[in-house]
Structure formats: C-alpha cells, structure tokens
Design a binder for this molecule. Structure first.
Ligand code: SF4
Ligand code: SF4
Length: 235
C-alpha cells in the first residue's frame, strides 16, 4: 500500500466516512489571494468528511433542534481529532503539515482558516452546490468537513462535476432568500451566489426565538442523500 492509500485507510479507521486528496497547485493563485503566503509549499490537501445523522438533519426542515446542534459539535470534535492525528503522523514522517480546524459557524460562510469546501471539491468528495455547501453523492451536504494541508507527495483525486443541474430546492426553502440559485463558478466571488448578511440575520433572529444560531434547512432539503438513485436524475 502506498502512502496515499495508507493515509486514506487510516483517516477512515479514525472515523471519517469519506476521504480524498486535493491537488492545490492549480488553485495556487486563488489560495495566495485569500491567504497570502501562509500555505506556500503545501501542495496537497487531505480532505475528509464525517456524516451527520440523516434523520437528525431532516428534523430541522420543520424547526430548529438541540439534537442537530449536539451532533454538529460531535462531528466537529471528531474532525479536529482526525486532523490532529493525521498532522502528527505526517510530521513524524518528516513532512510539513497544517491541520485546518472544523469551521464552527452554522451557515454557509466558511470561517475556517482555509476553505474546507475548496479542498473537498478539488479532492473529488463532491461539488459546491447552489447552497454553497459541499454536496456529496452519498449524503448530499449532510456532513462536516476537515482538511490537512501537506507537502507530502500524495496522489491527488479528480474533482467531480456539478450535480445541481436545474434543482432549486435549497433556493426555494431558504427563509432568508440568501441563496441566489446560481450554479457554482470558481471565477465568481461567493457573493454572486450567496448573500451572507441575509443568512446571518436569519440566524441571529433564530437565536432570539430558540436561544441558538441555527437553521440548516438548505442542508436538510437537498435531494442528494435523500431520495432514491432514480429520483436524483430528474434535475
Ligand atoms: S436555509 Fe438557513 S442556513 Fe441555509 S442559507 Fe438560508 S438562512 Fe442560511
Ligand atoms: S438542493 Fe439542489 S440545488 Fe441545492 S445544493 Fe442540493 S442539489 Fe444543489
């Protein structure tokens, strides 16, 4: 087993449900534009995902729940543990590495120190959906993401094609009208597809009524990971 396969196997043994490797060389200009020279030389991103329980996510379509918040935190904790273990494994092998902590924000704005969605889409875990979340074939956007950047010479995976098509479920369900209904285009800034202020204001409103900033309807409604295979192809 080569180093890439060994790492993917370990990451899954540690609790991840999906794992892939992103080639970051092609996104070098974008990464420099966003983060300066902080991650120079780290040409691979090991991207991994931990599934959220589907039925727990389904419930937030109706109303916010503390169960969703609880598993959001559990998944983020697991992501951080896997990231630290992988970072230390790579360090002991003599490689440079940087574990990106799970982003803590409930909403589509990625507040991690490096975009997990960028790494996950380049690593072929899924594509960036109209909701701006990473959407996988397996569970749609019902997962949390982790990333470890490294200079280890890992084999990269191929990105996946956008699977949103004409679907507008997340756009239509969004109570804040934050999702503009446009397919992801790497050349466009996030603001073209998503109004962060609207989502943020809705989450703040929810804190006043529910006590916590929570929504997740755009995640719960996504047809991927929800319907049978045959029904996914109608979009
Ligand atoms: S559905 Fe909720 S979480 Fe998703 S973008 Fe709209 S307000 Fe934000
Ligand atoms: S609900 Fe539809 S448009 Fe939105 S992310 Fe999922 S597949 Fe894409």
């Amino acid at each position: 087993m080569d180093l890439t396969d060994q790492i993917k196997t370990m990451v899954k043994e540690w609790g991840a449900d999906l794992c892939g490797v992103a080639a970051l060389d092609g996104a070098e200009a974008e990464i420099r534009g966003l983060y300066g020279d902080r991650f120079d030389g780290l040409r691979r991103g090991v991207s991994f995902g931990v599934y959220l329980p589907k039925r727990v996510v389904d419930e937030v379509l109706e109303h916010p729940t503390h169960t969703y918040l609880a598993y959001y935190d559990v998944a983020n904790g697991l992501i951080n543990q896997i990231g630290l273990r992988l970072n230390n494994y790579l360090m002991k092998m003599g490689f440079e590495a940087y574990p990106v902590p799970a982003s803590q924000r409930l909403g589509a704005k990625d507040r991690a120190v490096f975009s997990h969605r960028m790494a996950a889409s380049l690593a072929g875990l899924g594509w960036i959906g109209k909701s701006c979340a990473l959407v996988t074939e397996e569970v749609g956007p019902r997962l949390r993401l982790g990333t470890v950047l490294t200079d280890a010479p890992l084999k990269s995976d191929a990105p996946k094609a956008d699977g949103c098509g004409e679907c507008r479920l997340c756009t239509e369900i969004c109570p804040a009208h934050a999702i503009k209904g446009k397919n992801f285009d790497p050349k466009e800034p996030l603001e073209e597809r998503f109004d962060f202020q609207r989502c943020d204001a809705f989450l703040t409103e929810t804190r006043q009524t529910f006590g916590k900033r929570i929504c997740g309807r755009c995640v719960a409604v996504c047809r991927y990971g929800k319907k049978k295979e045959a029904e996914k192809n109608d979009g």
